[in-house]
Write a protein that binds this ligand. Sequence first.
Ligand code: SF4
Length: 297
Amino acid sequence: MAAELSRVAPAVNDWYATAARDLPWRAPDVDAWAILVSEFMLQQTQVDRVLPRWTEWMERWPTPSALAAAEPGEAVRAWGRLGYPRRALWLHRAAVEIAERHNDRVPSDVDALLALTGIGPYTARAVAAFAFGDRHPVVDTNTRRVIARLVHGRAAAGMPSPADLADMEALLPAEPVAAARFNAAAMELGATVCTARAPRCGACPVADWCEWRGAGYPDNAPAKRPRQAAFSGSDRQVRGRIMALLREATSPVDPADALAAAAEGGLREPEQARRAYDSLLADGLIVEHEGRTALPR
Ligand code: SF4
């Protein structure tokens, strides 16, 4: 495989040119703000659920200052059911910071991006690469799986580690435009061909060099991390019920109604409703004012 490393990126980029999904945030005329919003939304939500929300957001808030001028609660409301709604609050804060500190333009520098609320190393590198064409390794779950199979002959990736970036760096073309494209193309390959459950090796542009395929698909996946607790009955679900009530409400609600909404559909334990409510308050996703509960203003 070592001898083939330099052939991987050109092959994957050629494949991407014809096979990539037509996603609006990949359009050539899309600006850095639109890409940043897409990266926030895609952090923990699937593409098909993000698509309509992203389109709505960009129509409503086409610039950071447009979002910054809205109440944070409006951002939370517009987040809808994308899940993990703290991302909406963080995105709103980042919009305020970009409007105030960066003259309403998303910064291109990774350190400046990292200084914005809600932006971690992955998102900072992704925005720098996809919006500004800078050369950085960008590695998501899909890329890690492709590299695990192609380079290391393993059925699945292990826990995320700094070695992931080194692995990607070893494959990344020197030329920044090709490098940015390869970051996106490797993700796309993992999302659509080298999928976790059913890789379609017959459609894979690097099948001839794939260590895992060459070894006959050994059952050698690293030990899995403990499964996340089921969503049903979880505090996340109970929080979601309160958020759904407040997104729909046209005026602040009685806290008792919020707690009643939390309990609709059942609770694992009686104190779960109060715990969920208090955690939303602590996260700033809901506020109390004059004895009523609302989305933040
Ligand atoms: Fe994944 Fe199959 Fe391609 Fe290997 S040959 S990278 S397992 S799709």
